[in-house]
Design a binder for this molecule. Sequence first.
Ligand code: GLN
Ligand code: ZN
Length: 791
Amino acid sequence: MTNSSLSLATLPVATLGTPRIGPRRELKVALESFWAGKTDETALLATATELRAANWARQKALGVNIIPSNDFSLYDHVLDTSVMVGAIPKIYGWTSGKVPLATYFAMARGSTGGTHDETCAHGHAHGEQDAHGNGHGAPAQEMTKWFDTNYHYMVPEVFAGQTFALSSTKPVDEFREARALGHHTRPVLLGPVTFLKLAKAKDPNFDPLTLLPALLPVYVEVLRRLAACGADWVQMDEPCLVLDPDPAIQAAIRTAYGNIAYALPNLKIMLATYFGGLDANLATVQSLPIAGLHLDLVRAPEQLDAALAGIPRGLVLSLGVIDGRNVWRADLPALAARLRAVVARRGADHVQIAPSCSMLHVPIDLEQEKDLDADVKSWLAFSLQKMDELATLGAALAGNAAGVQDKLDASTKAAAARKTSPKVHNPEVAARTAAVTAGMKRRQSAFAARASVQHARFALPTFPTTTIGSFPQTPEVRQARSAHTKGALDDAAYEQFLREETARTVRWQEEIGLDVLVHGEFERNDMVQYFGEQLSGFVFTKHGWVQSYGSRYVRPPILFGDVSRPAAMTVTWWSYAQSLTLKPMKGMLTGPVTILNWSFVRDDVPRAAACHQIALAIRDEVQDLETAGAAMIQIDEAALREGLPLRRSDWQAYLDWAVECFRICSSGVADDTQIHTHMCYSEFNDIIDAIAAMDADVISIETSRSKMELLEAFRTYKYPNEIGPGVYDIHSPRVPDAGEMTELMTLARGRLADGQLWVNPDCGLKTRKWEEVRPALVNMVAAARALRSGV
Ligand code: GLN
Ligand code: ZN
């Protein structure tokens, strides 16, 4: 150990970034009241200022000594960056000078406001679907997922010949704001290379990376101003370095950081990489003129040795060892044991302790959870608890373990308890997953044979019509649910309300002549939560909100233990709905991959193993539905594509187990039971093999806005099973007429056989109003009839 490490009470401890939303969702409240015109800009900005101050103060109190600034955002830090560099499409009407808040929110939400009209449950936006203006004004910028998280950023839009200019001083302002409060912060900027890597140009032949020379002077200017105010370190986030290594990215990184160092030789750059390992990019990074490098050692612990061997002695290594993406408490003594040699080797003044990535992706404070199972709670750490862990680890590694011994002991105790708890480990579940046979993963007969018995059983017309599952979640439905949750509406009254809602919806579907009906999902709060609450192995928080996009936050379920299904989950509602009609009523389930991808998952077993357990539980439900008489069962896998790993080379392994899980849950039924699935994202080209391998009898997909072009993948693949390409864009309040829908179906018929095609909307109807849904579905049925009479 070096002398310096003995003299420190703690190693430097950083957080990289913190949640912005406030412990009680203060930012959401302030934003939504501002957007509604109830409060003014001053009030909104005052709330933002208070949130930042509280955030800095909390970190300081918890022992964090490298506190970030500019990690706050009113909406999204990528949007902040677009605004900072003046990458603002003309349509928003800005030309020069400071960007007004109205322009910022127009880019975020469209200039008519409120256009992020997401359909899918959860506040999860799906791909690029949400950013649509509704007719007037400027549409919002496109939105998409931030790497493999469920956070969505506003996609920067650039064009050939684009110029950049410093158009916001937010990083500098927030640095000064913190300084005035006594915090010397390390500002965070999204790095220029990742910014351009995430940017899109309308012209597909234009590569945004070529704009780097034009962009760099703006970054240099911001950094210069930060340095002038006293910043000595700046954190530059370049998560693009964990993607598949790309020579163009490597060259851009060298150019960017070479230029920055040349312009500002005294400013220290902490280059932050996260969500994976550097691998082949390490060689590029280790020769950069930077002062520090942050590594994600939770996702890619194996990269530490290569980094230690390769990086120059003088470089400060930021060890991302506390999981910034998940909610588990760390085993601090085990971590300290692992890191002691690293600290000794590099010297305490060349090591920092950090979370794997910004803590944006975890809930704020576990202490707010009063009703969590006490054991499970003792295994968890949200952002504030993680800060405490970081500080404890920092002290332990500085040779000050005695000062934090009680915390270290508590950590060991929690880790040991979790490892052996019967709440986590259920031998029956282990036995079942071990006993999965090949036969359980395939249907009894091949599709062609199944199709013929199914056709004989259902005798549906050509172009059968159906919907995806949910019907409008009206204010009345939401009010009844919330009254029931609060205890103001008793079980019987709530149940009666739901039955009436369901019955009305079933009757209405019959009246307008839909062929295959759904019950409407009125009893479901959310397509994952509904199942998580009934499965063992999950817990739910009251305040564990995480930003999904803008003011939309989600409370992901926490999957903590082996999953089993104590009782049937949907059979009663299905039976009731089927009792109201002679038409086929689809059983409606959420698939294992989607349940997994929208939850915080265990870190003590591989994702695939957890998914297999969920698949077996859903399989039981499928079989119970079949036993109760369900002839069609839909298993939604909305998030299957979202789960694709960041690196191409990891895709196949993921798809293999994801498909296997779908097959496990769906293959226990007889040939004449029809399995449906639904996926709401676009882009099937690169995963069409996997989609085909799922072997669902019918898949409904989102296609209306792509003018059926998405079916091209199915055509070239010669996809044999049945498909319902969405003909009604449910993301918009617009009611399509029958003609439009027949036109879309005509395009579909150009690509697939008539016998394969179903007619349905793009996705569930829960976010729409009945006034929109009624005429649209009437038109949809008319469109199907027109097609049939023309056949
Ligand atoms: N069955 C669900 C619904 O209709 C599917 C939603 C989704 O795919 N996100 O709401
Ligand atoms: Zn969908």
